[in-house]
Design a protein around this ligand. Structure first.
Ligand code: ADP
Ligand code: MG
Length: 796
């Protein structure tokens, strides 16, 4: 039997024999049998930390170490009771920490599962979409631009397929892949007829015979090496860790000073030691770390329930600072429910049902609409790009159905010879067909782009050179449609040679046929969401590949474009210097006809102004801009796998309003963490002040370590957790975005802390003195009661 490695050198016949498959895909039964045998197509992650390891990990914490020291000192001071209680508390805290860690892990995992990739395969002879983990060897995998390759496989046929294999080979430029067998031996990077799991399809499409899945893929083989990635802490966790460390040092110093004072006052040594220990115990906010984690974990769960899946915890923090949201128009602000409303053909604007298949010119329009189109309609449901399947609906309504013809009939009759898929740079799509024995290129795309490449015009009397007057009329009509917020497609064709090739250079010298204008109503929630964003100090910017006038019309309807705002096209942007752009960027609320590079520039210029930018994207070419933005947002329904991979947040409903909800949740998480910390620290501060005061004033010990631990456990952690769970309220959306440079411990925060700390300390001392008139034990009891109650009340 041949080695797997040789798969790329086999002829197709050998390959099919070896794989016991053919190029027509598996049946559902065969696939589930293979799945049973081979297992799921997943690359198992590095071993997870066991709960026990997490548990012991908790003891490495500096604060816990101090507690342990306190327990040991208590033991030597003959206070076995205290020692037992301290240990009980430490263990309980560790258990709590472990439970929280595991819970947070679980919620991250379920978020990961929600953003798990899908794959399209041929099963039972039909194209279906399945979770990528169910792909098996022998499957025929269908790849399109924007897909992530779900398994290793051999290319069966390809149309201009380009793949980025950087995750495997480190090579960042895309490589061409075809079904040609390379000559001689080839390393992985040179096997141009194989694709590998984890690569990204950057262009074209292909059919692949899956040869390996899961851990047997090239990616799976090196997975062991890659899994060494450390768990990442969020900036907040890092700054809190840092804070806790400093706090611990400060507490030790204060404790040492107190100990010194006591000794100086000639107090017994052991009692002084206990005093210092009590102080350390009181001051340490053990719950800090786990509370932050759990609040963040619960926050992401809430967001997921609200249709925003966070791919990284870090993004939750930045979300609260977002002050600019750059959003796509189509599908995010609008419904992506296209309907063709108007058609312009033969120099006149007509209703789409006036299209007449008996007229040759109209038939040409329909040919282009149906053939130069990758979508289909299954029953009532459109599959593919709404911009495309609304054209099929148009064709059906134009009498195709009445004539007993379906678009499938036409497509079967005329096989496609070559294609150049739509992309947001070219803004058009071309295909090559043999139509009535004449090889032709059919093209549809943005009106301006098509007209630039047009030489002739088709009218009812035949084809003639296009005149400046024709152009003017077409541009005018385009303008009228756009002013109503309609999206316009221009249709054109040209005769060509009958080779199987089609290059971007061929896209010129066209004959213009007509225009189709389609509506795409704004989402109902959009207007409100934009308003909410505004009151929260967040600017919404529309970025679209569509026509400027169309974009502006929709932006006005939703409230994004207001008086004094500017709409800019990608071309205008290209001509601007950096200084010019900086000068107007705050007033630009619509960018139209943008290219993906434009998006990156827009993000960069906002960031230069110190803004935190969220940006949406769905296409392959959007990935760099999504990575560049502080929060890259991908579309869960219509987005490509590539964009989801690059994003830090995925909208499961593709809805702009969801972004605003997520920002609100992000702000809430931050506020709750801040409040919980304030609660913890103000109480601890009060305890320190009381103990310090008593030691300086040579009063009896106000609290035994056991008391302080009790306080820490019951009146620290649990209420702090409750504060951390506080639900979202509207006031959060009335505030300005938080300054990203500002951590939790701001001046206001510290002042507040001090104020609360002093208030609680003064009331506690009042209780202590009142009790002291009876005896030390009563004093201690009263101080304890006041401290616990004052903390809770101070919060109300
Ligand atoms: P957006 O998604 O921001 O609305 P696109 O980049 O999808 O913008 O579209 C830009 C322009 O390209 C549209 O105005 C339209 O004229 C044209 N276009 C859009 N989709 C297609 C397609 N599938 N085929 C040909 N042209 C298209
Ligand atoms: Mg689009």
């Amino acid at each position: 039997m041949k080695d797997n490695k040789e798969l790329y050198r086999m002829s197709k016949e050998e390959l099919f024999m070896y794989m016991k498959a053919d190029g027509n895909g598996l049946t559902t039964d065969a696939a589930s049998e293979i799945l049973e045998e081979k297992g799921h197509n997943v690359i198992s992650e590095s071993k997870k930390k066991s709960a026990l390891a997490v548990f012991f990990g908790q003891f490495k914490d500096m604060l816990v170490i101090i507690l342990i020291m306190a327990a040991v000192i208590s033991m030597f001071s003959g206070n076995a009771e205290s020692t037992a209680v301290i240990f009980a508390v430490i263990i309980m805290n560790a258990v709590l920490g472990t439970i929280q860690y595991v819970k947070a892990e679980k919620s991250l995992e379920s978020l990961k599962a929600m953003s798990a990739p899908h794959a399209r395969v041929l099963r039972d002879g039909r194209k279906i979409e399945i979770p990528a983990e169910n792909v098996v060897p022998g499957d025929v995998l269908l790849l399109d631009a924007g897909d992530m390759v779900a398994a290793d496989g051999r290319v069966l046929c390809s149309y201009s397929l380009q793949v980025n294999e950087s995750s495997l080979t480190g090579e960042s430029t895309s490589v061409d892949k075809t079904d040609r067998v390379p000559e001689g031996e080839a390393g992985i990077a040179d096997r141009t007829n194989m694709v590998y799991s984890g690569s990204l399809v950057t262009y074209g499409r292909a059919e692949i015979l899956v040869t390996a899945t899961g851990m047997e893929t090239e990616m799976g083989k090196i997975a062991g090496l890659m899994n060494a990635t450390k768990e990442k802490k969020t900036p907040l966790q890092v700054s809190l860790d840092d804070f806790s460390r400093k706090l611990a040092i400060a507490i030790m110093i204060i404790s040492a000073i107190v100990f010194g004072i006591r000794i100086y006052q000639r107090q017994p040594l052991l009692e002084s030691l206990m005093f210092a220990v009590a102080l350390a115990v009181a001051a340490i906010p053990e719950a800090l770390g786990s509370i932050v984690t759990i609040v963040q974990a619960m926050g992401t769960q809430k967001m997921a329930a609200d249709n925003a899946v966070m791919k990284e915890l870090k993004a939750v923090e930045s979300l609260g600072c977002v002050s600019v949201i750059c959003s796509d128009k189509t599908g995010t602000l609008t419904q992506n429910r296209m309907t063709v409303e108007n058609v312009y053909i033969d120099g006149a604007c007509i209703n789409p049902d006036e299209i007449d298949i008996k007229k040759q010119l109209h038939r040409y329009l329909l040919y282009i609409a149906i053939l130069n189109n990758d979508s289909s309609i299954d029953g009532e449901k459109g599959i593919g790009d709404p911009t495309e399947y609304c054209l099929l609906t148009m064709a059906r309504n134009a009498g195709l159905s009445n004539a007993g013809i379906s678009e499938e009939n036409i497509r079967q009759l005329m096989p496609r010879m070559a294609e150049l898929p739509f992309d947001s740079d070219r803004k058009m799509m071309s295909t090559k067909y043999m139509i009535h024995n004449i090889p032709m290129i059919l093209t549809k795309g943005a009106t301006d782009i098509i007209l630039e490449r047009t030489e002739n015009i088709a009218v009812s009397d035949g084809v003639r050179p296009i005149t400046p007057d024709d152009r003017k009329k077409i541009y005018r009509q385009n303008e009228i449609f756009s002013e109503q917020g309609q999206r316009v497609l221009a249709f054109a064709y040209k005769e060509t040679d009958n080779s199987q090739r089609l290059e971007p250079d061929d896209e010129s010298g066209y004959t213009f046929v007509g225009l189709a204008a389609m509506t795409d109503p704004p989402r109902e929630e959009s207007e409100n969401a934009v308003m909410e964003a505004k009151s929260a100090g967040i600017k919404t910017v529309m970025i679209t590949g569509d026509h400027k006038v169309t974009a502006k019309a929709i932006a006005e309807r939703i409230g994004i474009f207001e008086d004094g705002d500017i709409a800019v096209t990608g071309q205008e942007l290209d001509r601007m210097t950096d200084e010019e752009l900086d000068g107007i960027i705050e007033n630009v609320s619509v960018y139209a006809r943008v290219s993906p590079e434009n998006k990156i520039r827009i993000v960069e210029h906002w960031q230069k102004k110190g803004r935190i930018v969220a940006m949406t994207g769905d296409g392959v070419n959007d990935a760099p801009a999504l990575k560049k933005a502080d929060i890259g947002i991908a579309m869960g329904i219509t987005g490509t796998e590539v964009s989801k991979d690059a994003a830090s947040m995925i909208l499961t409903d593709d809805n702009f309003a969801t972004i605003i909800k997520a920002v609100l949740n992000g702000r809430n998480v931050f506020r709750n963490i801040k409040n919980a910390i304030q609660f913890l620290l103000s109480g601890n501060m009060a305890a320190i002040m009381v103990v310090l005061y008593c030691s300086v004033a040579a009063l009896p010990t106000p609290f035994e370590p056991v008391h302080l631990l009790f306080i820490n456990l019951l009146t620290d952690s649990l209420p702090a957790l409750a504060i951390g769970m506080e639900p979202v309220d509207k006031s959060l959306m009335k505030q300005r975005p938080r300054n990203p440079k500002e951590g939790i411990i701001t001046r206001d925060f510290a002042l507040n802390l001090l104020l609360y700390g002093v208030m609680i300390a003064v009331s506690t001392l009042t209780g202590f003195y009142t009790g002291l008139s009876v005896n030390a034990a009563t004093a201690s009891t009263m101080a304890f009661a006041v401290l616990t109650l004052a903390r809770l009340f101070s919060w109300i």
